[in-house]
Design a binder for this molecule. Structure first.
Ligand code: 45D
Length: 173
């Protein structure tokens, strides 16, 4: 039986070529992100914000959406730096805490806006900063590189998928 490269290429759909399709790049980046340690996840989000920050217009994050998250953001601002870090780690680790439960009922856009606002508060010095000279892990740096290679729409899609699962949804079964 002859098995030429020609017949092989018609046998499989074009997605089965070990090349990365647009949808796969999003799914792959999301999966690798979710496999990171909690601290690496926070670090990647932070660096994503510092790189993307300028392209996310304040208008896009919508004041109305943030109203829902305002109470929680105010509460976090009252906390010590150590507590602020702890609630963010709880969110990323999906640990059941009061903040994780409050976050869990937000819509995905509100979740994104919430993280965006937290970054802004970090930049303003109102929330614990990433330590100066912080060395991101190799895994974290790799995810960040992959994320940077995606176009803006794909980056948003990855971020949406990532933040959607954070926190705790008390209504999930
Ligand atoms: O000591 O509504 C470490 C649109 C360890 C439009 C740490 C949109 C060591 C619709 C963990 C590093 C889709 C455009 C400390 C919205 C250590 C709409 C601390 C989009 C201290 C909303 C780490 C919105 C910390 C978008 C504290 C795209 C890390 C929003 C904290 C994107 C990291 C938001 C944080 C992004 C990262 C937010 C808070 C990328 C937040 C990132």
């Amino acid at each position: 039986m002859t098995f030429t490269s020609d017949s092989a290429s018609t046998r499989f759909p074009s997605t089965f070529n070990y090349g990365i399709q647009p949808g796969d790049a999003v799914a792959a980046t999301t999966a690798v992100f979710k496999a990171l340690s909690v601290d690496d996840q926070l670090a990647v989000l932070w660096y994503a914000y510092t790189e993307m920050g300028r392209s996310i217009t304040p208008a896009a994050t919508g004041a109305a959406r943030l109203q829902l998250a305002e109470g929680l953001l105010n509460q976090i601002q009252q906390m010590s730096h150590a507590e602020q870090l702890e609630v963010m780690r709880d969110l990323a680790a999906q640990r059941n805490s009061q903040v994780s439960r409050a976050y869990g009922i937000f819509s995905v856009n509100t979740k994104l806006a919430f993280w965006y606002e937290l970054s802004e508060l970090m930049a303003k010095g109102l929330v614990i900063p990433v330590p100066a000279g912080y060395q991101i892990s190799r895994d974290g740096a790799q995810v960040l590189e992959t994320l940077k290679e995606l176009d803006f729409g794909q980056q948003i899609t990855v971020l949406r998928k990532v933040v959607a699962d954070m926190g705790v949804d008390i209504f999930a079964d």
